[in-house]
Design a protein around this ligand. Structure first.
Ligand SMILES: C[S@@+](CC[C@H](N)C(=O)[O-])C[C@H]1O[C@@H](n2cnc3c(N)ncnc32)[C@H](O)[C@@H]1O
Length: 176
């Protein structure tokens, strides 16, 4: 993620939401790299309590990423990042509309996903995630900038996706 921002000359003071922050492992890495304006979202109050102890996040949102509307104004964040939380039973592609609403045009949604194949996960989760990501691109809401394998987890690819929010994203009728 740091590489992505650095190559584009993006400031480390950008406002970032860590979705499915858990105890704040990703946030701690970003803070270590110099990012100073981090918020955490997680539906577990216990996880957020642990994240608070790290003293790296400014605001805490105890809520789910899903089809629900968050108590966050439109175009609040420069980026939403997430690692380890886009998995079966946790965060799914149904939250993309809400992410597009809360990220500024030109901002980014950046997710790290362990791509466990359907015969193991017993779920079409990955295919659905990619289909919805592509659908949002075809509808002009975001542009997929990166779809890269960054490592392996138990021989399965760990993918890094970056989608850039388009200026007209909010106008795409019925999609958000
Ligand atoms: C495996 S942990 C990953 C935590 C952290 N990102 C990390 O890298 O250590 C997954 C987290 O996602 C949270 N979670 C589950 N469902 C969620 C949802 N619908 N929206 C947001 N967070 C969710 C869980 O509470 C848990 O803290």
């Amino acid at each position: 993620m740091d590489d992505f921002f650095t190559k584009r000359g993006i400031s480390k003071a950008i406002r970032i939401l860590d979705g499915g922050a858990g105890t704040g492992i990703l946030g701690a890495e970003l803070a270590e790299l110099g990012f100073t304006n981090l918020d955490a979202l997680d539906p577990s109050a216990g996880m957020l309590e642990k994240a608070k102890e790290k003293d790296i996040y400014k605001h805490f949102i105890c809520d789910f990423l899903g089809t629900n509307r968050l108590d966050v104004p439109d175009a609040t964040y420069d980026a939403v990042v997430s690692a380890g939380a886009f998995i079966v039973g946790h965060i799914g592609p149904e939250c993309f509309g809400e992410l597009i609403r809360i990220v500024k045009p030109g901002g980014h949604v950046m997710i790290v996903v362990k791509e466990i194949p359907p015969e193991i996960s017993k779920s079409p989760y990955i295919a659905n995630l990619r289909a919805e990501m592509n659908r949002r691109q075809e509808n002009g809401q975001w542009k997929i900038l990166t779809m890269t394998e960054i490592s392996k987890w138990m021989n399965y690819p760990v993918m890094f996706y970056v989608c850039e929010i388009c200026p007209e994203s909010q106008q795409a009728d019925g999609l958000v």
